[in-house]
Write a new protein. Structure first.
Length: 131
């Protein structure tokens, strides 16, 4: 595969998840990143339902390990919002993107590039842009 190849991302993240699930507790925070990468790969491959399943699990772990107001949880919320939007629930997507934005802005500050990217996600979820 080449850089940015979702099939390769799915393969590698699936292998990583299998290893992590064998060696780590089921609620280990390391799973959050792997589940987000795997979910995004499924989304890039046109499977938003499986994307949502992985992102839902990632968010549950993030909220349990870091708390509902932690910036790491904010990233997981944003990933799940993307999947929900792909499945057509635009109101819930916008609500979740707003939560993600608030969490990330509180941690990074309003002038940070991560916050600017999240602002774009929020604008897109609000219907300002369609691609």
């Amino acid at each position: 595969g080449e850089v940015g190849d979702p099939k390769q991302s799915k393969l590698l993240a699936t292998e990583a998840l299998a290893i992590e699930e064998e060696l780590l507790p089921e609620d280990n925070e390391a799973l959050v990143v792997t589940l987000c990468v795997l979910g995004s790969a499924f989304g890039d491959l046109g499977d938003p339902m499986t994307q949502k399943l992985h992102h839902t699990r990632a968010l549950a772990i993030a909220e349990a390990k870091f708390g509902p107001d932690n910036f790491r949880t904010g990233f997981a919320v944003g990933f799940l919002a993307d999947a929900i939007g792909e499945l057509g629930d635009l109101d819930l997507e916008a609500e979740m993107q707003e939560r993600s934005f608030r969490l990330l802005a509180a941690y990074f500050g309003p002038e940070h590039p991560v916050v600017a990217m999240k602002m774009t996600d929020l604008a897109r979820a609000g219907g300002a842009f369609f691609f």
